[in-house]
Design a protein around this ligand. Structure first.
Ligand code: SAM
Length: 213
């Protein structure tokens, strides 16, 4: 595991409350953040459409459980909710989930899944770590299974430590991808169909993606 990822996890352990509060406040007070949240739900609906309600789903890095709640709301019943940070595991329990502690870099998937969700997690990985993790998730998908992920993009920037608008009080590590880099990586892994959309979010640009094995 890189120092960059380890130190970022420590920031989440220490300031996870500020991270979740920032997101909740933004949705209440900022119309762009609300729009981003809504479009995220719509996208998940598209990404998961056609899968049966008992499809096996694994979410990596669930944080406060926003996306797991959305999937539950769509009627999905078989969702493994996980995070590496103990702070988030406690929050997820408060929300009624039975989360597992899972580090994408060091833990193995013990099963095959129809849908793996890895939203804004690889943003905290060095590129080589992210590529290995995408391979690991590919291997953990059933035939025809789908991987939904998002990474950040920023013109002319490969990586940085940042605390966007000082909202958390400590800098986290971020790596940035280009669309062609992500597409090439997913193709090389063997994904058959790849849908990537660029989205200009409130704090940064995102590459939102769903790829099918
Ligand atoms: C930017 S947050 C995204 C949270 C959530 N998926 C979302 O979209 O709101 C990054 C998440 O990745 C998790 N994370 C960071 N490093 C990880 C690792 N090595 N394995 C699993 N999760 C990790 C953090 O604990 C945190 O929950």
């Amino acid at each position: 595991m890189s120092r960059e990822n380890e130190e970022t996890i420590e920031i989440y352990e220490k300031f996870g409350d500020r991270y979740l509060e920032r997101n909740e406040k933004a949705i209440k007070s900022d119309s762009r953040a609300r729009l981003e949240d809504e479009s995220q739900k719509e996208l998940l609906k598209v990404y998961i459409s056609g899968l049966p309600k008992d499809a096996k789903i694994f979410e990596v890095g669930s944080a406060g459980g926003r996306d797991a709640k959305t999937l539950k709301g769509f009627g999905y019943t078989n969702i493994i909710v996980s995070d590496v940070a103990d702070y988030f595991l406690e929050k997820l329990k408060d929300e009624g989930f039975l989360p597992i502690k899972f580090n994408l870099l060091t833990d193995d998937f013990n099963d095959k899944y129809d849908f793996i969700l890895c939203w804004a997690v690889l943003v905290h990985f060095k590129k080589a770590e992210a590529k290995d993790s995408i391979r690991k998730m590919y291997e953990a998908l059933s035939d025809g299974g789908r991987l939904a992920l998002c990474v950040k993009c920023k013109d002319g920037c490969e990586e940085e430590w940042e605390d966007f608008q000082g909202q958390i009080g400590a800098k986290r590590y971020f790596s940035y991808w280009t669309r062609s880099e992500l597409e090439e990586c997913l193709k090389q892994m063997g994904f058959k169909t790849i849908d990537i959309q660029q989205y200009d979010g409130v704090r940064s640009g995102w590459l939102r993606c769903c790829a099918r094995k």
